[in-house]
Design a protein around this ligand. Sequence first.
Ligand SMILES: [Zn+2]
Length: 112
Amino acid sequence: MLDATCPQGPTVQAGPTEAPTAKAPVQSGQKGDKMHYIGMAGLSGYLPQCTVTGPTRTSVAEQLAFIHERGQNWTKALIRDWYADLRLPIDGNEYAEIVECNCETPEIHEDC
Ligand SMILES: [Zn+2]
């Protein structure tokens, strides 16, 4: 820094020179403030019939597990792999999948 004249100056911050973005009401400063996850279930090769959303992969996996009455192991596999098979005759869907999203309206994904 060219103007670092004070040896005990305050901790260097990148913030002050940046103009605040007016459109961001959330000010936690973390990237991914709007980050959420979408859980989808449907038939292979088709758009999902069912979508849920939540703040974590676990939360959406648990919602999908509840909807399809699947157990812990299935839920864990879905969280781990971001994908898990479903049994069409029993569950009514063939797959479940989790994806990341950072749109500003996560509620629009809720459609089951
Ligand atoms: Zn979204």
